[in-house]
Write a protein that binds this ligand. Sequence first.
Ligand code: ARG
Length: 458
Amino acid sequence: MKIEDKPWGGRFSESTDREVENFTASVHYDRRLYRYDIEGSVAHARMLAKQGIISQQEARAIRSGLGKILADIEAGNFAFQAGDEDIHMAVEKALIARIGEAGGKLHTGRSRNDQIALDIRLYLRAEISRVVGLLKSLKAGFIELAKKEMGAVMPGYTHMQKAQPVLLSHYLLAFREMFDRDEARMLDCLKRVNVMPLGAAALAGTGLPIDRDYVARLLKFPAVTENSIDTVSDRDFVAEFIFAASLIMMHMSRFCEDLVLWSSGEFGYVEIADAFTTGSSIMPQKKNPDVAELIRGKTGRVYGNLVALLTILKGLPMTYNRDLQEDKEPLFDTVDTVAACLGILAAMVGRLTFNRNRMEAEAGGGFATATDVAEYLVMKGVPFREAHGIVGRLVAFCIQNGKELTGLTLKEFRNFDKGFEKDLFLSLTARQSVNARKSVGGTAEETVRKRIAEIERW
Ligand code: ARG
């Protein structure tokens, strides 16, 4: 592009090197912001006219010109070129080409530094709503599944070792709680995204009599930013969004990890529907949980985006620096990734079949009710530490003799402590163990049902 065709070409005598033009360009990815860029410009032009900085007629010409550019972009009839540098200049150049002099007045009292801050905030505001909507669907999927599988008992694990039996529905609701906090985090982040930056101009504000509150009202922002220097320099709200997205990814990833394990032949707890798995090009028997694995893998990618942005920001001198242009690819990639994962996981969750018999059979074994036996002794007045030791010796005895706790006679139990009586056999099975855990947040069926009812009341 010839230097005199660049909006900032005035002080230059030599054209930009072609490689530099390509290197500095962001239009190939920030064109994604076109709708918000145009929406912001329309509001800005209306404000300029209201303030008498440009005429109403000029503002109308700008609005209609921008409307046509919007339609052309949406119809795929707009030619972006690297020489346009970014979405702001591409749109402005097209506007001037179409409506002439009035187009040259649009950028009055504005800089690309506050313009890009506005575009990102408008974009992120919309994307946060979309992500929250997807989270809501996923949460609903977990509730549905928890209701459908009510009553199923499974082994609960710590250290990946069988620990204590839990209700499958309780396990599923754990994720519902995580996604609930993720939603709250997103909505909290939205408060800081939803502030109107335009008017900060390059870094110092403008001497022209602009009305920032009016622009905020037009664009439905509840507030304007309070410091022009801060406005053009920081992207903490982008980092916050990527962090919130990272936690969503992490939560999904942990569920996926369980699905990968549990769908293996060795566990056999769950079957993922064929439509959500893939095969092997060499091993005919294979049915692989690739969707779950990819969600797990993409989590790493989103973390990478977070670290990239934090690193971009950490050493920046105040105020705006071109480094900030590097915020967009990590942001866009995060939005695309988290949205895709939320959507596909919600669909897959609806297509899981649990092998309840297998889970329940596994839940009782492996001394999973040993704590219940210790707690039984506690109720008979034995100090917990002592009870722990007694049951530990019982377990060792069972291991030596190839027995399970459920296979011992009362007499054998009483060899270890005289406190054991017949009612002990009411707390030895996995189901009994589960249903004893009735306190708030516990895994008893009664408690879990109550929690579901509570959630559904909201
Ligand atoms: N494309 C830039 C960005 O993404 C905005 C332009 C600011 N450029 C400048 N030379 N002041 O941050």
